[in-house]
Ligand binder design. Structure first.
Ligand SMILES: CC(C)(COP(=O)(O)OP(=O)(O)OC[C@H]1O[C@@H](n2cnc3c(N)ncnc32)[C@H](O)[C@@H]1OP(=O)(O)O)[C@@H](O)C(=O)NCCC(=O)NCCS
Length: 168
């Protein structure tokens, strides 16, 4: 009799049970990646305590969080935070561990969050990253088409009417 194989890689939405796993994933990011992930925060603030508090807040209701699992270990995360004063707008930030980058995991997480946003009635997703973060900009243009530059930040805006329409 054939035995069904367990799928080793999968994307799933996280709940409050996964706070430690999310914090452990963020803590495995190398320092430069932490700075890119939490751009706007001074590097000295990006301690393990900060990361643990961030994961706890996100999974305590602060965000919608999609995770990429390799086996049982979280190796990539997409976090979507709905704006407090505007429930039709949300910010998204991604993180993928170094050894797992370049395999379209970030793209897959972004796609999962865009679908979830559609379900939640979110019409506008904003992805902000540092001007030097060319990898993230490349990824976002696959969904957002064009990017807006403002001082040291680059914004990708994914509008509802054009979500899931990829740039050629
Ligand atoms: C940004 C990040 C999430 C991307 O994750 P990923 O799984 O590697 O992304 P993907 O594989 O889906 O796509 C990366 C894209 O960048 C391209 N890329 C890879 N290395 C690159 C480089 N050095 N310069 C420019 N583009 C590059 C890839 O070719 C791909 O583009 P393509 O789809 O047109 O081929 C990951 O690099 C990361 O975690 N970085 C540190 C944290 C961070 O910057 N977070 C973003 C804050 S919002």
């Amino acid at each position: 009799m054939l035995e069904l194989q367990k799928v080793p890689f999968h994307v799933a939405f996280l709940d409050a049970q996964q706070v430690d796993g999310y914090a452990a994933h963020l803590a495995r990011l190398e320092p430069a990646a932490r700075v890119l992930r939490f751009h706007g925060q001074p590097p000295h603030r990006l301690t393990d305590d900060f990361i643990a508090a961030h994961a706890s807040d996100a999974l305590g209701g602060g965000a919608v969080v999609a995770g990429y699992y390799d086996g049982l270990v979280l190796r990539g995360v997409g976090e979507m935070r709905i704006h407090a004063g505007d429930p039709a707008t949300a910010d998204v930030a991604l993180s993928v561990e170094r050894e797992w980058r370049g395999r379209k995991i970030g793209e897959e997480l972004m796609g999962a969050l865009i679908l979830e946003a559609r379900y939640l009635g979110i019409r506008r997703i904003v992805v902000a990253c540092l001007r030097d973060n060319l990898v993230m900009q490349r990824l976002v243009t696959r969904f957002a088409g064009d990017l807006r530059r403002h001082n040291g930040t680059v914004l990708g805006i994914i509008e509802r009417h054009r979500d899931l329409v990829r740039a050629a």
